[in-house]
Design a protein around this ligand. Structure first.
Ligand code: NAP
Ligand code: ZN
Ligand code: ZN
Length: 346
């Protein structure tokens, strides 16, 4: 089936209307008519070749919510008409240890990423959510709760799961002291989710203008990482810091904010290296970790949690033709807090 999409042809060109082929659903496939597609900063990094491994033409988009239109004969979880979500992966081997332990993102053979990758045949390119339809094997499709406003549910498929996973890995609960670094798409989900888990949340931002928003989203405190005083006032305070910053920044200073044995978890993926002094880690047995999206079980878990707690992203809905402007605005730190493409306009 030929479907409409928006694609970029090279790392220095803009996204333009494009046509792609989607396969007919095989027996385990779910065909989804896309309704909403979020724009993640990872889309920009990859569309612009900032991570150094981009394949073109590229149709970005891995925050997909839509409605099931067709299912294969052996599909059991979905029927036509159901709401469905697709995140960063569309397949993996499902037999290796990480796959069987529900961490498909670490599949030993390499997962099939939703775009800028290939299917498991390692030949057929994958195309993402800036399109009208997608066909995905059912294991990589999640159920979207009907209690959520659908445009605001789309960002849960990446921004939501990526911040949920470290909150769970570090067992954040009532009274945990969590700092979120960077208030963008990921950061605002981290604040909402940590708050909903009962944590005491502090927003650590470079943007004074975001203070009122941070408090509305659930942060009880706000501090500027551009001010030296922050690193004294909040020294030794946090059990966990989740760093969502998309650009090079001073991570070293952040370790001062952790309690002994506290952890700084990096989820942002700036294209350039970060600097760190060994002493910043050694004093206080600080932990420095990373976290990559989440497996399919965990992705369903965050959607269910958000359905129960009525948590969605704060979105600005845009038509597809505004996608290039949206990229420019995100780079200028002008997004409150996620752009979501209305797929009807693709
Ligand atoms: P975003 O909406 O653009 O937000 C990034 C935030 O970082 C900004 O809102 C800003 O917050 C802060 N920031 C930007 N430039 C900065 C600078 N020069 N110095 C300090 N702070 C700066 O991006 P996003 O979609 O949330 O994505 C964030 C990062 O996570 C990206 O690198 C993306 O590729 C990565 N990511 C990783 C995973 C994963 O699996 N680990 C998944 C998705 C995305 P303030 O104004 O509050 O400072
Ligand atoms: Zn993403
Ligand atoms: Zn595997």
């Amino acid at each position: 089936m030929k479907v409409r999409a928006w694609a970029t042809m090279s790392a220095d060109s803009k996204l333009v209307p494009f046509s792609i082929d989607r396969r007919d659903p095989t027996e385990r496939d779910v065909e989804i008519e896309i309704l909403w597609s979020g724009i993640c900063h990872s889309d920009i990094h990859q569309a612009r070749g900032e991570w150094g491994r981009s394949a073109f033409p590229m149709v970005p988009g891995h925050e997909i919510v839509g409605r099931v239109t067709r299912v294969g004969a052996k599909v059991t979880k979905f029927a036509p008409g159901d709401l469905a979500g697709v995140g960063c992966m569309v397949d993996a081997c499902r037999t290796c240890t990480p796959c069987t332990e529900h961490h498909e993102q670490f599949c030993e053979a390499g997962p099939a990423w939703t775009y800028n990758g290939t299917e498991l045949d390692r030949k057929t390119p994958t195309f993402g959510g800036y399109s009208t339809h997608v066909v995905v094997t059912e294991h990589f499709v999640v159920k979207v709760p009907s209690t959520l406003e659908l445009s605001s549910a789309a960002p849960l498929l990446c921004a939501g799961i990526t911040t949920w996973s470290p909150l769970k890995q570090w067992a954040v609960t009532k009274g945990s002291r969590v700092g979120v670094v960077g208030l963008g798409g990921l950061g605002h989900m981290a604040v909402k989710l940590a708050h909903a888990l009962g944590a005491e949340v502090t927003m650590l931002s470079t943007s004074a203008a975001k203070k009122a928003d941070a408090q509305r989203l659930g942060a009880s405190d706000f501090a500027l990482t551009t001010e030296r005083a922050t690193f004294k006032t909040h020294a030794g305070r946090f059990d966990l810091l989740i760093d969502t910053v998309a650009a090079t920044h001073d991570v070293d200073a952040l370790f001062r904010l952790l309690k002994p044995f506290g952890a700084l978890v990096i989820v942002g993926i700036p294209p350039k290296s970060l600097e760190l002094k060994a002493g910043s880690l050694v004093g206080g047995n600080k932990r420095f970790a990373g976290s990559s999206i989440g497996g399919m079980r965990e992705t369903q878990e965050v959607l269910d949690f958000c359905g129960q707690h009525r948590i969605g992203a704060d979105v600005e809905v845009i038509p597809a033709e505004a996608v290039n402007t949206a990229y420019e605005r995100m780079i200028k730190n002008d997004v409150r807090y996620r752009f979501v493409i209305d797929a009807k306009t693709i």
